[in-house]
Design a protein around this ligand. Structure first.
Ligand code: NAD
Length: 367
């Protein structure tokens, strides 16, 4: 009997629904080829959910996710909802709660640039003759984005004061350290842990906890440390010096975006946010989404690059459903299509050569 996979489809806003549609078409072809069936339902999230249900993350959407083994997510937000109060805006009111509800503590973002299209990177080709192949592991549910107190108060003299709090516990650092170790074991066995231990208490704890954990659990992995300011610099100087770049929430937010730009195109960057929970396949529950946003400037034009969404679907097959063969078939097909000359006209690739649908068709042809 063929395996059935059950996941929630949350396309979101802007280009989200456009790239989601073609990603599902690619999945359909892969399902037939690798003999599995799919059971997925769509639900609103972000701006679309505000318009249709009055809030960015309706209970019905959360319920669908709870009944699923993974979430395939598009992207959310756009100018239409930017004037809402900050805590009602799509990203803050949908993505952060989803991370919290499903304890999505580990963000895994591959930074991959094929050698054949190294010119898509803002770096000179001689710095990256073989393209780029690194992974960023970012802690996703702790640190300054979630720490309390978090508030804006008016002082006695009438001046405003805002407070964010950066908090980390040993257990939170250890569980993400294990994800970095597991990732490094499937690659070059090198982890660079990034912190700001010369200034921040949380970073002092981070560095010590990581060192102790690796010593005890991963003597086979080469661990190095960098301060975040140096890491930001090294990432543009020589990205391939890294194998697994590993860091806390806010530093990871910034460094992983820097990595995406260095790797050429946001439209190519997939990501997996893995949860603590185990799904009905005995694997990690996860949320899989493109690294970019909803690209309102090109939404509705049929020119968005769907590769990031398609590659996110491949990550879902790998991490939440254990379908390594099907996942790598998608990754190889994307690589073959893109390096074979089929590209959409996103920021890195210059003028449009093909639209979203033609790109997806080129990928299907390579499967
Ligand atoms: P963005 O990533 O949406 O767009 C930045 C640039 O990259 C734009 O020029 C866009 O056209 C281009 N781009 C992004 N993805 C592309 C693709 N697949 N194909 C071709 N070009 C692509 O970032 P932004 O403009 O800063 O944000 C737009 C909206 O998205 C905002 O509301 C923001 O809050 C939201 N956002 C959402 C997420 C998310 O859902 N996880 C992440 C980032 C930003």
């Amino acid at each position: 009997m063929s395996t059935n996979i059950k996941f929630a489809v949350l396309p979101g806003d802007g280009i989200g629904p456009e790239v989601m549609k073609v990603a599902l078409e690619v999945l359909d072809v892969v399902a037939k080829k690798f003999d599995f069936t799919m059971d997925y339902k769509w639900a609103d999230v972000g701006g679309a959910a505000i318009d249709n249900h009055g809030k960015a993350l309706p209970e019905s959407t959360v319920e669908l996710c709870r009944c699923s083994d993974a979430i395939l997510f598009g992207s959310i937000g756009g100018p239409k909802w930017e004037s809402l109060p900050p805590n009602e805006q799509p990203e803050r009111a949908a993505l952060l709660p989803l991370r919290k509800i499903f304890q999505l503590f580990a963000n895994v973002r591959p930074g991959l640039l094929y050698a054949e299209i190294a010119d898509a990177s803002p770096l000179r080709r001689e710095r990256i003759p073989n393209g780029i192949d690194i992974v960023c592991i970012r802690e996703l549910t702790g640190g300054i984005y979630f720490g309390q107190p978090k508030s804006t108060v008016t002082l006695e003299n009438g001046e405003k004061q805002a407070i964010d709090t950066m908090v980390y516990k040993t257990s939170e650092i250890e569980r993400i350290a294990q994800v970095a170790i597991d990732t490094a074991r499937g690659r070059g066995r090198k982890v660079c842990s990034v912190d700001k231990a010369n200034v921040l208490e949380t970073s002092v704890l981070w560095r010590k906890t990581v060192a102790d954990y690796f010593k005890k659990n991963a003597p086979d992995i080469a661990l190095t440390n960098l301060y975040v300011d140096n890491a930001a610099m090294q990432l543009v100087r020589d990205p391939n010096q890294f194998d697994v770049l590993f860091t806390e929430n806010m530093f990871g937010d910034i460094l992983s975006d820097e990595m995406s730009v260095v790797c050429g195109s946001l439209g190519m960057m997939a990501s997996a946010s893995l949860g603590l929970g185990v799904n009905s396949h005995g694997l990690r529950f996860g949320l899989y989404e493109p690294a970019g946003g909803s690209a309102p400037d090109i939404a509705g034009k049929g020119i968005a690059n769907p590769c990031a969404q398609i590659l996110s679907a491949a990550l879902m097959l790998r991490h939440s459903f254990g379908m390594e063969e099907a996942a790598s078939a998608i990754e190889k097909a994307v690589k073959a299509a893109v390096t074979g000359g089929t590209r959409t006209g996103d920021i890195a690739f210059g003028g449009a050569s093909v639209g979203t649908r033609e790109m997806a068709e080129a990928i299907v042809a390579k499967l």
